[in-house]
Design a protein around this ligand. Structure first.
Ligand SMILES: [Fe+2]
Length: 388
């Protein structure tokens, strides 16, 4: 029986080498001539902003820069950047960086037009007034935050990592320039790249997938599988960087509607308490989550195995599907991700609490195989050791 599907994507995608040189035009198209750039210290120090600043100067767009976004962004960064926004009377926000900077920029745009605190707007659909225009400029290929309707915000003292969500915080424009990703270090390229791959795979096997997202997931996996090893080990390979940025973008276009799975359910508790980078959590968890899911989405995992170059002829369906797990472990190892949860300070006796927190994630329901808290504990146990 045919079902009803919706696929909605309000963000303008402006993609290609040198795209950042057109930032001023994109700001003016949104009706602004005064912006706040939200970024982190690493991006600020790397010189990546140079192209963007040159464009803004040439286009007579006034700008100020907030460059203290934390790796796990908190309300403090939002508050400080909003203060700058109000002082400078800026009328648009540009987020430049990884997920932390783009998410903070989204939250700053919300607080530019809404009263109270950012924590008043947690959850989906609770934003009252339309946020200021948002331009997202990713400098890593991973989170896909440039086209998602979620923005993470945390409180370090309280171990809180939560999200503000709504169609209103989909960036108005995403400027995707692969040249901005050339200087990303290898270990960051590896972890963020596995985050993107995990988005593609988890949305592909998800219970919530639909024909449009399934096609996007598959193509994203193909692009990332073909480029991640090169991007992580030969950072100046612009073709690989371009494929990674496109793969990460398309994976996010898929998971917006296709949802995610158990790896991402683990990402919140492990990121909040142990400060494991989001992409690293997903890289560590993905093979074990796949192994758990094999019986529930066998045909899909056979497709993944084939896409990853595995030979599956003559094998039983489960054996063929299991090849996908081996292929992902090899991908992790080839790009230098061999750690397990233990290497990040996670203790065996803490796994139950982690599993209970992970179980509160909405991604539990879209994961192809139903699970109980005890199942999550078993999966996490396997992920303790890593691949060494
Ligand atoms: Fe992710």
């Amino acid at each position: 029986m045919s079902q009803l599907y919706t696929y909605k994507m309000p963000t303008e995608l402006f993609f290609g080498r040198g795209a950042a040189m057109h930032t001023a035009e994109k700001v003016r198209e949104l009706g602004s001539d005064n912006v706040v750039i939200v970024t982190d210290q690493g991006v600020y120090a790397s010189g990546v902003l140079k192209t963007i600043e040159e464009s803004l100067q040439a286009g007579n767009v006034t700008y100020s820069i907030y460059h203290d976004v934390e790796p796990e962004p908190t309300y403090k960064g939002v508050d400080e950047a909003v203060k700058l926004l109000k002082e400078t009377k800026a009328t648009a926000v540009i987020g430049v960086g990884g997920g932390s900077s783009m998410d903070t920029a989204k939250n700053v745009a919300v607080m530019g037009t809404n009263e109270g605190k950012i924590f008043d707007y947690l959850g989906f659909g609770n934003i009252k007034n339309k946020p200021l225009p948002i331009i997202a400029v990713p400098t890593t290929a991973g989170t896909g935050s440039e086209v998602t309707f979620w923005a993470v915000v945390g409180d370090k003292e309280k171990d809180i990592k939560a999200s503000v969500g709504g169609w209103e915080i989909m960036p108005d424009t995403a400027i995707l320039d692969p040249e901005l990703t050339l200087s990303v270090p290898s270990h960051v390229t590896a972890a963020t790249g596995m985050d993107a791959f995990c988005h593609a795979m988890e949305s592909y096997v998800s219970k919530a997938t639909q024909p449009v997202s399934e096609g996007l997931s598959y193509h994203a996996m193909r692009l990332i599988a073909g480029a991640l090893r090169k991007a992580a080990t030969r950072g100046d390979d612009i073709d690989a960087r371009e494929d990674m940025l496109m793969g990460s973008l398309i994976a996010a276009l898929a998971f917006n509607v296709g949802k995610l799975g158990l790896s991402h359910a683990f990402a919140m508790p492990l990121g909040a308490k142990y400060k494991i980078p989001h992409g690293m959590v997903n890289a560590i968890m993905l093979p074990w989550v796949m192994e758990y899911n094999l019986p529930a989405a066998t045909e899909k995992y056979i497709e993944v195995a084939k896409l990853l170059g595995e030979h599956v002829e003559g094998l039983s369906p489960m054996e063929a599907a299991a090849k996908s797990v081996e292929a992902v472990k090899r991908l992790n190892a080839d790009i230098g991700i061999t750690q397990g949860l233990k290497d990040w300070g996670v203790k065996e006796e803490e796994l139950l609490e982690i599993a209970q927190k992970a179980y509160q994630s909405g991604n539990i329901y879209s994961n192809p195989r139903s699970s109980r808290v005890e199942d999550l504990v078993e999966i996490a146990k396997k992920a303790m050791k890593g691949l060494r």
